[in-house]
Design a protein around this ligand. Structure first.
Ligand SMILES: O=C(O)CCC(=O)C(=O)O
Length: 213
């Protein structure tokens, strides 16, 4: 479903079994030896998600990517698992786009989780100029996802992102404002055994292609 030029919503892109496996994977990652944490942004406020970056770390104080979590505990982020890279590439291809992601931001939303309207513009300028997409995969409770325009004040569409949905925005949509205004608790499919919501956004921080390892 094309929401706007370059923006595609794929409802139920993942089967229930795929969602269940991904939920387990995400849970193990966020509670692993390099755990998710609540970032404090440069204005001093706490984000309303638990975040874990894979591959490269997004520093909430500098809004830059780095190889260690220098705004938190100094640890290197866990690697981006190859099968998750492959998943992102396959989803992008369904939207007629290509991505070779080197990082993923994995966010956990509890019942009060949300994320303000923002642009994803901290990836490399060449990647953004090339329109290499952001690939988003949602698991668990339904989110009210806001998708706006290229200016913060542009009107926004509210889209329900349900468990297993994918959303891809690249090309002319790459810098559209977006956010999550709320989660609807208790809407995750019971089979996946998840309270809350995981969202994974795969990104490519430069325009160069890497071989899949
Ligand atoms: O949770 C979502 O659906 C959106 C996440 C997001 O906007 C981000 O990680 O930049």
């Amino acid at each position: 479903m094309e929401i706007a030029p370059g923006a595609h919503h794929f409802p139920r892109a993942l089967s229930i079994e795929g969602q269940r496996m991904l939920a387990g994977r995400c849970r193990a990652l966020v509670d692993g030896s390099v755990p998710a944490y609540v970032p404090i942004v440069r204005g001093g406020g706490a984000m309303h998600v638990r975040m874990l970056c894979l591959g490269r770390h997004w520093n909430a104080k500098t809004y830059q990517y780095e190889s260690t979590r220098s705004d938190f505990d100094g640890l290197p982020p866990p690697p981006l698992p190859p099968e998750l890279r492959t998943l992102a590439r396959e989803i992008a291809a369904q939207a007629g786009m290509a991505i070779d992601p080197d990082l993923c931001i994995l966010n956990y939303y509890d019942a009060n989780g949300r994320m303000g309207l923002h642009q994803d513009k901290d990836e490399g300028p060449e990647s953004i100029a090339a329109g290499i997409p952001v690939v988003s995969v949602s698991i668990g409770d339904t989110a009210r996802f806001l998708f706006g325009g290229l200016r913060r004040r542009d009107p926004v569409d509210a889209i329900a992102l349900e468990s297993g949905d994918a959303f891809v925005f690249g090309g002319p949509a790459r810098l559209r404002y977006h956010g999550v205004s709320r989660i609807t608790p208790g809407t995750a499919p019971t089979e996946i055994g998840l309270t809350g919501r995981f969202n994974l956004t795969f990104r490519q921080s430069d325009a160069a292609c890497r071989a899949l390892s």
